[in-house]
Design a protein around this ligand. Sequence first.
Ligand SMILES: [Zn+2]
Length: 289
Amino acid sequence: MIIDSHMHIGREELLTPDMVQFLKQKNIWNDIRQKISPEGVIANLDRCEINRGVVFPLTFMPPNGEWQKLNDMTASYIRSYPDRLIGFAIINPDKIQDSLRELNRCQVELGFKGLKIHPSLQECFCNSDTLFPIYQYCQDHNFPVLFHTGASLPSHSDKYSHPILLDDVAVKFPELKIIVAHMGRPYYQDTALLLRKHKNVYADICANEGRVGGTLLLENALAWIKIYADGVKRLLFSSDYPVFDPLIGLNALNTIRHERTLPNSNIPIITDSEYEAITSLNLLHIIND
Ligand SMILES: [Zn+2]
């Protein structure tokens, strides 16, 4: 079983102008409506021979201000494909009481399995104490939180998304399951610190295709995390669909698994049991499935 633990969905009219510009710049605007539709997501999972996907919106603060509607949208996807899609909720960091009610609705009524926070797009520091009631809810209700970390859109500041800020969250909420998206790209050493220090911190691997050098960027990130933290066993396969193609990511992971060892050694960067953890077991454990 292969699970892609980071996929974006949406409707064209709910995308913010900066997101539209970003998608055009990345040359993935063509057929975007189809790609991020329920059928498009499933067709791409099938094409890549991936069994299940974790889905949440491309944008977090929609132009019409109706952020709860985005959770209704996610719910409609997982209702259509309950065996294939796993929903993650979004909140509004400027409206904590409303967000707490919404989290409860998402978990109890809509059947979501976690929360996604994008500190850069939502312009909030993940370690701000205004968010602590949210983390308390998630810790108490076994609801994992996936945080965007590292580089983001050119239109938003990345000061909000530095992975080291999550150290503060993990110290204060030691039982909260935290997923560091993109392994903190390019702050892999900070992510290695988090994985070494905190047993409930995981990281997803997507969006680490280098500008040059094939799989070298991903390999280097994995090597840092393995050497410093022995943390490869707590990574999650993910694609950041539709921004990146899941098949390219999966092929890169397999190339590294079969052909790459740590520098100056014969230790594989990814063992077979780590591969199984990365591609399905960790996510199933995190969401209690
Ligand atoms: Zn993403």
